[in-house]
Design a protein around this ligand. Structure first.
Ligand SMILES: O=C(CO)[C@@H](O)[C@H](O)[C@H](O)[C@H](O)COP(=O)(O)O
Ligand SMILES: [Zn+2]
Length: 199
C-alpha cells in the first residue's frame, strides 16, 4: 500500500514531465535567450520565490555563479531569499509583501532579468517584485503552474511565462527544477558549444 503510493508519485511526476516537454520547450527556449542576452551584456538575474520556490531560486543562482556541469566563466545571479537581515528588516519595518520588491529596486538595472517563481502565480511578494522589475526596465521570466494565477495577468509580451500544466504544488515544483536545469544546460551550450557534458 505504502510502496504503491510512493510509486504513484514517480509515475505522476514522470507523466507530467513528458507532457511538459511538449508544452514548455518553446517558453523555456525564450527564457534561455532572455538570460543569455542579459548575462552577455553584463547583466544579472535576480531570483525570488517562497518556500520550495525560494530553494529553487537559490539552487539556480548557485549554478549561475558557480557552475552547472561544465567549466565556464561566472554568470551573474542573486537569490533575493538569502539575506535574513534584509528580509527581516523589510518585513518588520514595512511588510512581508515587499521583501523582494525593495531588493529589486535596490539592485535591479535595465537589462537585468527577474526570475519570479510561484506555483500558484499568486504570492503577493513575488507579484510586487514583478512590478518593481518592470519599473526598472527588466525582463521577467515567470515560472508558475495551474492557470498562472495573477502572475499571468501581470506579465508583459516582452516577458516569458513558463506555466506548468498541473494543479499540485509538489508536481509543479518538480518541473520547475527540471526547467531551471534545462536553462543552465542551454545557456552553457550557447556559450560553449553543444558538446556533451562530462558526468
Ligand atoms: O514546497 C512547498 C510545497 O511543496 C511549500 O513550501 C511552498 O513552496 C509554499 O507553501 C509556498 O509559500 C507556496 O507559494 P507559491 O508557490 O504559491 O508562490
Ligand atoms: Zn516542497
Amino acid at each position: 500500500m505504502l510502496e504503491q503510493r510512493i510509486q504513484q508519485h514517480f509515475i505522476d511526476s514522470a507523466d507530467l514531465k513528458y507532457q511538459s516537454a511538449q508544452a514548455l520547450s518553446k517558453p523555456i527556449a525564450a527564457a534561455v535567450q532572455a538570460m543569455l542576452a542579459c548575462v552577455t551584456s553584463g547583466g544579472k538575474v535576480l531570483a525570488c520565490g517562497n518556500g520550495g520556490s525560494a530553494a529553487d531560486a537559490q539552487h539556480f543562482a548557485a549554478e549561475f555563479v558557480g557552475r552547472f556541469e561544465r567549466e565556464r566563466p561566472e554568470l551573474g545571479a542573486i537569490a533575493l531569499t538569502t539575506d535574513t537581515s534584509i528580509i527581516t528588516a523589510i518585513a518588520n519595518d514595512y511588510d512581508f509583501n515587499v521583501i523582494f520588491s525593495r531588493q529589486v529596486r535596490a539592485l535591479g538595472a535595465p537589462g537585468d532579468v527577474l526570475l519570479a517563481i510561484s506555483t500558484s502565480g499568486n504570492s503577493a511578494n513575488v507579484l510586487a517584485a514583478i512590478e518593481a522589475a518592470h519599473a526598472r526596465e527588466m525582463v521577467v521570466v515567470g515560472l508558475t503552474g495551474r492557470n498562472g494565477g495573477k502572475m499571468a495577468q501581470l506579465l508583459r509580451d516582452t516577458d516569458v511565462h513558463i506555466c506548468v500544466p498541473h494543479e499540485r504544488t509538489a508536481r509543479i515544483q518538480e518541473v520547475h527544477l527540471l526547467t531551471l536545469h534545462c536553462i543552465c544546460d542551454a545557456v552553457d551550450a550557447q556559450l560553449l558549444g553543444e558538446q556533451e557534458p562530462t558526468p
